[in-house]
Design a protein around this ligand. Structure first.
Ligand code: NAD
Length: 331
């Protein structure tokens, strides 16, 4: 099949070109994001391969259908950016990569926790200037802390296993409880109890109408003073304005985010020579106890290989008229 590949980065080309050989498919790589200005690049391709910030709404799906696109292969797990009903109406199938390396994201969540708890981001800069003073670098142990996990799917489970190794008490909330996690020692509670009792909270549920702004001024008021909040899932799970207020009031003691509500205007780009126009991210970056990474939790060699392999398998299954095991549909 001919595939129009949007939002291409060098690491995508590298991983896909390896699996493309002998696949029978042909990829045209576009650096551009898929939007109303670039959608026409899909002409002459039966499939589109897109990433997390290629917002695919009803208008876009209609245009893609007019261009004879039959399949959208998401090279990601989350699909909050796709209008699934409009895809069905326009006869376009959507496939995704449900789990490529849950450990990659879970380990990144822990990297944020450890950096914030041991202030290694500050130590790194200090030592490079020959400043070996330890003043202000006092951290805290993760061992013995109560960690709250919201969403114990593939990534949440991997996260719980790591937390167990650190000797944490693990509380969790999910709309479906996992027996495997209970056997590991994870205690399921109501979302309110998890938020109230945890010293560290990590979000691993999908973004949908039920979870949008689940961390807001009301839920923040239930949190322990000085709590650490980690979000590697989707930016809009958290109401950024409320979190900034809580950081100023020291209600939230540490914030580690790999995702941001307005990230589609900022992430995956080099803006180092630009003037930052987003006031909220600019404000977040001023806090010494906030760590922001630009949606890189998935970015490991192992995960990229799985993404390329599974995406091309999804496309081959469609091409061969086989069952689409990774298809997503409107519920
Ligand atoms: P998953 O589908 O395996 O697990 C999601 C879990 O959330 C499920 O157990 C589900 O029951 C639960 N859930 C659904 N609604 C909920 C609710 N209202 N409250 C609590 N739990 C709820 O997904 P996953 O692979 O673990 O991924 C989780 C999320 O991580 C994805 O949706 C995606 O947004 C994000 N993600 C981020 C990156 C990154 O690079 N930062 C990479 C991959 C995935």
């Amino acid at each position: 099949m001919k595939i129009a590949f949007f939002s291409t980065k060098s690491y995508d080309r590298e991983s896909f070109s390896h699996f493309l050989k002998n696949s029978g498919h042909e990829i045209t790589y576009f650096e551009a994001k898929l939007d109303k200005h670039t959608v026409y690049l899909a002409e002459g391709h039966e499939a589109v391969c897109s990433f997390v910030n290629d917002k695919i709404d009803a208008t876009m799906l209609k245009k893609l259908s007019q261009l004879s696109v039959k399949l959208i292969a998401l090279r990601c797990a989350g699909y909050n950016h796709i209008d699934l009903s409009a895809a069905a109406e326009n006869g376009i199938k959507i496939v995704r990569v449900p789990a490529y390396s849950p450990e990659a994201v879970a380990e990144h969540a822990f990297a944020l926790i450890l950096t914030l708890s041991r202030k290694t981001h500050k130590a790194y800069n200090r030592v490079r200037e020959n400043n070996f003073s330890l003043e202000g670098l006092t951290g805290f142990n993760i061992h013995g802390k109560t960690i709250g996990v919201i969403g114990t799917g593939a990534i949440g489970k991997a996260f719980c296993r790591i937390a167990k190794g650190f000797g944490c008490e693990i509380l969790a909330y999910d709309i479906f409880e996992s027996e495997e996690m209970k056997e590991l020692g994870v205690k399921y509670l109501s979302i309110d109890d998890v938020l109230r009792q945890s010293q560290i909270i990590s979000l691993h549920c999908p973004l949908n109408p039920d979870t949008h702004h689940m961390i807001n001024s009301k839920t923040i008021s239930q949190l322990q003073d000085g709590v650490m909040l980690i979000n590697t899932s989707r930016g809009a799970l958290v109401e950024t304005k409320a979190v900034i207020k809580a950081l100023k009031e020291r209600k939230i003691g540490f914030l580690g985010i790999d995702v941001y509500e307005q990230e589609e205007h900022i992430f995956f780009k080099n803006l180092s020579e630009e003037i930052m126009q987003d006031e909220q991210i600019a404000r977040l970056m001023t806090f010494p106890n906030v760590l922001v990474t630009g949606h890189q939790a998935f970015l490991t060699k192992e995960a990229l290989e799985q993404i390329a392999k599974i995406t091309l398998e999804n496309i081959s299954a469609f091409d061969n008229g086989q069952t689409l095991i990774n298809e997503i549909k409107a519920s």
